[in-house]
Design a binder for this molecule. Structure first.
Ligand code: UTP
Length: 290
């Protein structure tokens, strides 16, 4: 995939049941980690990787995400009039001027694969990224999507991010069997969705970052509902890996699964301990309650 990455898809149409009742009215992706919603970390990573078109696959209840990335005229005018330049800058930095957002509705939550397929008309015939905002990744060096874009440019193939998970966690992920190709990459031989430990071909789990060729859309069209009656992205990835080279990339960085409460707490603590204004007080609090 020699073309530069321009479009990134954010499938955000899930129901977020693990955060009920908050997610009755707040999209899970709008839950804050410190002062920024989860979706902001994902968008920053996409923009850093070179994307200028962000495609949000939402459901009809998630207006807040569109509102968040829209211009806040009244607020900006008030902050400008009050001379609050710093705050104005914070509000405006949500989205750089050259980046546009496109919103697509997934009419029914038929699975992650189906959500990605909903972006087809906007993505068209070019390679694209997929970021699941639940997976907040604090990368070492460049952001993970950028690391993956560099890998895709070198190898000319699709890339999925993987992480080694404990054996008792394989049933929560798509698991890959790979042949090493050097460095942090491996060529995917085979993928299995949510295997029990005994059936898992490895402990390398696919996490929420993908860089895919447009061929994946045809394969998703042909994918029948799998586990849980949902159209699984993993099933289409398995077909892709049988047709062409697809790499698994062990990214450099730390992942927080903010789709569950413990992950969100961990991410919040991690970022707070990285913040010079909060670090000392947070460490003191944790030590006192540990
Ligand atoms: P999850 O499996 O975390 O589901 O989806 P969920 O609905 O978001 O959360 P819980 O499990 O009910 O708490 C993984 C990703 O796929 C998206 C979600 O928005 C999330 O980013 N997704 C899932 C869709 O966009 N559409 C779907 O039909 C399913």
């Amino acid at each position: 995939m020699s073309r530069p990455l321009r479009k990134v898809v954010f499938p955000v149409a899930g129901l977020g049941t693990r955060f009920l009742p908050a997610t009755k009215v707040i999209a899970k992706e709008m839950l804050p980690v410190l002062d920024r919603p989860l979706i902001q970390y994902a968008v920053d990573e996409a923009v850093e990787a070179g994307a200028d078109t962000l495609v949000f696959v939402t459901n009809r209840y998630k207006h807040a995400i569109a509102d968040y990335f829209d211009k806040a005229y009244e607020l900006e005018t008030k902050l400008a009039e009050a001379g609050k330049v710093d705050l104005l800058e914070i509000v405006r930095s949500v989205l750089p001027g050259h980046v546009r957002c496109v919103f697509v509705t997934q009419p029914e939550a038929l699975g992650l694969g189906h959500a990605v397929l909903c972006a087809r008309a906007v993505v068209g015939d070019e390679p694209f990224g997929v970021i699941l905002p639940d997976d907040l990744i604090r990368a070492r060096g460049a952001g993970v999507m950028r690391q993956m874009a560099e890998m895709a440019a070198t190898h000319g193939s699709g890339v999925v991010a993987v992480e080694e998970v404990p054996a008792d966690q394989t049933h929560r992920y798509g698991i890959v069997a790979v042949d090493p190709v050097g460095g942090r990459a491996g060529r995917i031989r085979h993928l299995v969705e949510k295997p029990k430990p005994a059936a898992a071909p490895s402990r390398l789990a696919i996490v929420g970052r993908y860089l895919l060729p447009p061929r994946i859309f045809d394969l998703l069209e042909a994918t029948r509902p799998g586990l849980g009656g949902e159209i699984q992205l993993t099933d289409a990835l398995e077909s892709l890996a049988q047709e062409q080279e697809l790499l698994a990339y062990r990214f450099a960085g730390e992942r927080f699964d903010c789709g569950n409460k413990l992950g969100l707490v961990r991410a919040t603590l991690h970022l707070a301990m990285d913040d010079p204004q909060l670090a000392a007080a947070v460490r003191e609090f944790v030590a006192a309650h540990g």
